[in-house]
Design a protein around this ligand. Structure first.
Ligand code: FES
Ligand code: FE
Length: 401
């Protein structure tokens, strides 16, 4: 395949028609994929995990996308830090397991030894002029939102000030800090990452493809019915901070600020949570005093999505493995005092979104197969794909910079 220059990519972006899906080249071209990694994944805040995954000094987990691997670790002083999982000697991966606990970070190749802050503390038989202080692990920016850990690989990350300020009440209400990870599942999907993200962003497919979801979420109903239900729900809860609306996502983000959005949507009448039959599945979160029959949609940065029921929260993230493979990772968080098997049953807690994500995986794979065809052409989007359209506008704008 001939290399695409940035000018050629800009021409392709210009040729892209608003209101249509992307041209095939955006899913297939390696130069476009590299531009996405550079301009999206290396520039924005990405959800890495929750503090409950690393409660003690030395606990770590790795976070991976494309060719990159990061170590997110609890340091001796109790801070959460992140380092590139790339040895400063000759580049070996240091942590080979996805989770673990270590006193030091020791490279398995020639045993260079780093402390949990990423400083090099031992390297054998090095020349006299070797300076250990200049050979620490590459640092990665870390930000905490309550207990949610975000990382950003940019030297100049977008500011989180607006987002942190606007989400103060939401964070306290649902007790982001007082949650624990109950379950995490990775769904490896042989498809370009954008097809997975676009699928998550529209509910046009919900009614035909997700009968289990449609039994619980009013969002799967026809737009007019949903709009009415949403307006009634918002009116009945007017003034409640749980129902605030924040629309600063994608290109609506202020200059220099990371994008975010928050909104609360109604479930179907009588449903309390995202589960079989809409039943309650875990103790209430944070300061939530009762079920209100809704679920909050929260987006932090362009690629991390959270769905907050009154009794549990889901974190969705999509990361590329390569141009034609991605991972959708789903985490289920519950109140940190809840006990598995007693206060909640893992199978009940995870049922709805496991079955829904497995169905999505199939949809996305079939979508990729069609996109690969010589006969694929950009198709007209429906009114129900407005959020996907916002993403595509932002994506094209970001890529053209
Ligand atoms: Fe890590 Fe040599 S590559 S010690
Ligand atoms: Fe879906």
């Amino acid at each position: 395949m001939a290399r695409l220059t940035s000018d050629k990519i800009r021409q392709l972006i210009k040729a892209q028609q608003a209101g249509y899906s992307l041209a095939q080249v955006f899913y297939k071209d390696p130069d476009i994929y590299q531009a996405e990694i550079n301009q999206i994944f290396l520039q924005h805040w990405l959800y890495a995990g929750h503090v409950s995954q690393i409660p003690k000094t030395g606990d770590y987990f790795t976070f991976e996308f494309d060719t990159e691997s990061l170590i997110v670790v609890r340091t001796t002083s109790g801070e959460v830090k992140a380092h590139m999982n790339v040895c400063r000697h000759r580049g070996s991966r240091i942590c080979l397991e996805q989770t673990g606990s270590q006193k030091h970070l020791t490279c398995p190749y020639h045993a260079w030894n780093y402390n949990l802050d990423g400083e090099l503390i031992a390297a054998r038989n090095m020349p006299a002029d070797f300076d250990m202080s200049e050979n620490g692990l590459h640092k990665v920016n870390v930000a905490l939102l309550g207990g949610l850990i975000f990382v950003c690989l940019s030297d100049n990350p977008p500011s989180l000030d607006h987002l942190k300020n606007d989400l103060t009440e939401v964070k306290a209400l649902f007790g982001f800090e007082r949650m624990k990870l109950a379950e995490k599942k990775s769904y490896r999907i042989p498809a370009n990452w954008k097809l997975a993200v676009e699928n998550y962003q529209e509910c046009y497919h919900c009614a035909p493809s997700h009968p289990e979801f449609a039994q619980v979420h009013a969002m799967a109903k026809p737009p007019k019915v949903f709009k009415t239900a949403k307006a009634e729900f918002a009116n009945a809860n007017h003034g409640n901070p749980k129902f605030k609306q924040l629309n600063h996502y994608f290109d609506l983000a202020a200059v220099g600020q990371e994008g975010y959005q928050y909104d609360r949507n109604p479930l179907v009448r009588g449903a309390l949570s995202g589960s079989l039959g809409g039943k309650a599945v875990a103790p209430l979160l944070g300061e939530v005093s009762d079920y209100d029959g809704g679920a909050s949609e929260l987006m932090i940065g362009p690629l991390s999505y959270f769905l907050i029921y009154d009794d549990h929260m889901l974190c969705y993230r999509f990361l590329p493995v390569s141009i034609d493979e991605c991972i959708c990772e789903v985490s289920w968080l519950v109140n940190d005092s809840a006990i598995d098997g007693q206060d909640y049953q893992l199978a009940q807690l995870t049922w709805l979104w496991d079955i829904t994500t497995q169905a999505d995986k199939k949809i996305i794979m079939n979508n990729q197969k069609g996109v690969d065809s010589r006969f694929y052409q950009a198709g007209r989007l429906s009114d129900m794909e407005y959020f996907q359209q916002s993403f595509l506008n932002w994506y094209l704008l970001t890529l053209s910079k």
